[in-house]
Design a protein around this ligand. Structure first.
Ligand SMILES: CC(C)(COP(=O)(O)OP(=O)(O)OC[C@H]1O[C@@H](n2cnc3c(N)ncnc32)[C@H](O)[C@@H]1OP(=O)(O)O)[C@@H](O)C(=O)NCCC(=O)NCCS
Length: 340
């Protein structure tokens, strides 16, 4: 551990300081590349910090540097790991520019991710929160990096968390949404939130527990793990979701969008529905401004649909990194790069 630096969980009132470290560390290298960040909007980062502090309190650490003369110590870095079933995802790792290259990032990483996630691959079954049993799977370490950032890619790469898949940020107001197909006949979209209201409006709609089990099953098939707590968080943050199913009730996937323009996550059991589902989400939820969506390179159907609808690629691609494959990214679009 680096001299003069201590590590501990954050206090809730320190989440704004963490968001400022995030902004300073990213702006430092982006400004050098000629793409300085706009002034920080701390609110979304703080809400995500609150959520992850609630779901993964043991895997959120701040690095503090003591100040001379008895002045208050200050946060110079932080890291957040989250565990969803067998997958450990590094959500965030940031160190202030003037404190980088001293081992703080590496130390934080060792505190928020396990060193041996493979443990558990012994063929036993795990009891899931919803009561189902699934075969125990080898643990996975994963994260998302910026392709313009050699330090993070090197730091994680040494642990086997190697960059393997580009993720593109597509942004804009769709100029030609009419090119996107409508949902095929016989496929219905059921609003996900709030389930009680949905059941009230449509007696044929699934109940809350049934809906959760359906979403979990879709997530395990597409993303590799269930993550209801993240769905709940996204809905509270204003994302509106739909379950897609056949007229006989067979689930086909789900998708979210929002009026503030944040699009995703989208998870489909049948990838041929990608363009019609994107079309349905764009027509059902009209954002007040631009739409912003993260599209994995493997999801060619989403990429083609979004580009043809008129969105444009913004900035450098990000990269998904993992120790071993865990998700079918050709059928998935994440909510963000910090919370899949
Ligand atoms: C990424 C970041 C958190 C790392 O923190 P840090 O305190 O600077 O990192 P450390 O000093 O602990 O370790 C950096 C490692 O990368 C290595 N490294 C740096 N540049 C490298 C390069 N071009 N090629 C190979 N290795 C490189 C260093 O040698 C060091 O490895 P070592 O410990 O084995 O010697 C920090 O640089 C940062 O905040 N960057 C900006 C924001 C960012 O990109 N965050 C990651 C989001 S996914």
């Amino acid at each position: 551990m680096t001299q003069g630096i201590t590590y501990r969980p954050p206090r809730p009132e320190e989440l704004a300081d963490c968001a400022l470290v995030w902004h300073a560390s990213v702006n430092d290298y982006m400004a050098r590349l000629g793409h300085p960040l706009p002034p920080p909007v701390l609110e979304p980062a703080m809400r995500l910090g609150e959520h992850l502090l609630a779901t993964d309190p043991g895997h959120f650490r701040v690095a503090l540097k003591s100040a001379p003369g008895g002045r208050r110590e200050r946060i110079v870095g932080f890291g957040i790991g989250l565990q969803r079933e067998h997958v450990w995802f590094l959500s965030q790792l940031y160190v202030l520019p003037e404190e980088q290259h001293r081992g703080i990032g590496r130390a934080l990483l060792s505190l928020v991710l396990p060193s041996a996630p493979e443990a558990g691959a012994d063929g036993a079954a795990d009891d899931m929160a919803d009561g189902t049993k699934i075969a125990r799977r080898p643990g996975v370490l994963a994260t998302c990096t910026d392709s313009a950032q050699p330090i993070s890619n090197a730091l994680y790469g040494k642990l086997g968390i190697v960059a393997r898949l580009p993720v593109f940020n597509l942004v804009g107001r769709p100029s030609s949404p009419s090119v996107l197909p409508t949902l095929p006949e016989g496929i219905e979209a059921i609003a996900l939130e709030p389930p009680e209201l949905v059941s009230h409006r449509n007696p044929a709609a699934p109940g809350k527990a049934e809906l959760r089990q359906t979403i979990d099953a879709i997530d395990r098939d597409v993303l590799g793990y269930a993550h209801q707590s993240d769905h709940d968080f996204l809905r509270v943050q204003g994302r509106t979701g739909f379950l897609y199913r056949t007229s006989t009730g067979e689930p086909l996937g789900y998708g979210y969008s929002s009026q503030v323009g944040r699009f995703g996550p989208v998870a489909l059991l049948d990838e041929t529905l990608m363009a019609p589902v994107i079309g349905h989400l764009m027509r059902s939820i009209e954002p007040r401004g631009a739409t912003s969506v993260w599209v994995p390179g493997a999801n060619d159907r989403a990429m083609v649909a979004m580009l043809r609808a008129g969105l444009r690629i913004e900035g450098f691609p990000a990269m998904f990194c993992w120790t071993r494959p865990f998700a079918a990214f050709e059928r998935y679009m994440p909510a963000s790069l910090a919370l899949l």
